[in-house]
Write a protein that binds this ligand. Structure first.
Ligand code: RIB
Ligand code: CA
Length: 309
């Protein structure tokens, strides 16, 4: 089976870190670059975390810096979930890999040209870098095969009752992406909240014994303690779901839909408005809304991949 050329655009970020560890072990993904963006924590920290994480797991993939802030709004982080350092308080050794300076949006375009229309993006942070690339390079939509995102929700939200974090942080960027005509596969909260791990399953992961499997358990502990105050004792593997979906969507279920983003609402700002459950349909259906996953099969894949370290 030929490999899928991808760029992972992320905001590490605890679950981004898990997603990167898993992506490294998926043989069918040819990860050409990792690009980082302001999101869970400020951009300089997501860039540093991306660099340190890939060095920690011995992955020689280039990491490039991206947008310092959303297109039109102030920086909005989730440091209460991910820790001020974005890694749940876990300190990794500083990477001594060369520090890339090429901007994320230029990298996306350069590699899209190199891949001659076959490149797929996996976007698991706010979509600011993608929007800038779309604004700067008018032919980019013809060069991107698909964008798989962790973001949005047909129903619900985790920043407000209407909006999921990655969309809420930069709704204008997200709407530019959905309006671009590029096929978007949306792994939103509808499916990622079903892709969860329990505390015993996290301990089972750590018991595998490698430094990577221990990091998998350790890096989510800060978030887990916060979730427990909310009455939850599981961790949703939001970003890993988008990565595993990209590689093989056979254990997921999704439906074609039209999706646009609310950029003006007082109570609905950042909502991914889908026509999935609506009589009134959008004119264009460029999206697939992923709504379900076989959790047991998902978890088996997560363990199988982590056991490769
Ligand atoms: O809503 C969850 C998403 O927002 C995840 O990608 C998490 O890392 C944050 O970026
Ligand atoms: Ca993320």
């Amino acid at each position: 089976m030929s490999k899928i050329p991808v760029i992972i655009d992320c905001d590490p970020g605890v679950d981004d870190a898990l997603a990167l560890m898993l992506a490294h072990q998926i043989n069918t993904l040819d990860v050409r670059a990792i690009t980082t963006v302001s999101g869970n924590v400020p951009a300089d920290i997501t860039f540093r975390n991306g660099r340190n994480l890939v060095s920690f797991i011995g992955w020689e993939v280039p990491v490039y810096p991206g947008a310092q802030k959303p297109l039109m709004r102030q920086v909005h982080t989730a440091s209460e979930v991910h820790g001020a350092d974005g890694m749940g308080g876990i300190v990794l050794p500083e990477s001594n890999a060369p520090k890339e300076t090429e901007a994320a949006w230029d990298v996306i375009y350069r590699i899209a040209k190199e891949c001659k229309g076959e490149l797929q993006l996996i976007a698991v942070g706010p979509m600011t870098n993608i929007a800038i690339a779309l604004a700067k390079y008018s032919d980019l939509p013809q060069l991107i095969r698909r964008i798989v995102i962790m973001g949005g929700a047909a129903i619900g939200g985790n920043v407000t009752p209407a909006a999921e974090f990655n969309i809420y942080v930069d709704p204008e960027a997200a709407d530019m992406m959905f309006a671009s005509g590029i096929p978007i596969h949306m792994c939103g909260l509808d499916v990622t909240m079903k892709a969860y791990m329990t505390k015993p399953e996290l301990e089972e992961m750590a018991a595998i014994g490698t430094k990577e499997c221990k990091l998998f358990r350790d890096v989510v502990q800060h978030a887990l303690k916060l979730f427990e105050t909310w009455g939850m004792d599981t961790v949703a593997l939001h970003d890993p779901a988008a990565v595993l979906y990209t590689a093989d969507d056979s254990i997921f279920r999704g439906e074609e839909a039209g999706v646009r983003v609310e950029t003006k609402g007082k109570r609905t700002l950042g909502k991914t408005v889908t026509d999935l459950y609506s009589d009134k349909q959008f004119d264009e259906h460029h999206a697939v809304v992923v709504t379900d996953v076989d959790r047991e099969a998902f978890l088996q894949r997560v363990f199988d991949l982590m056991k490769k370290y």
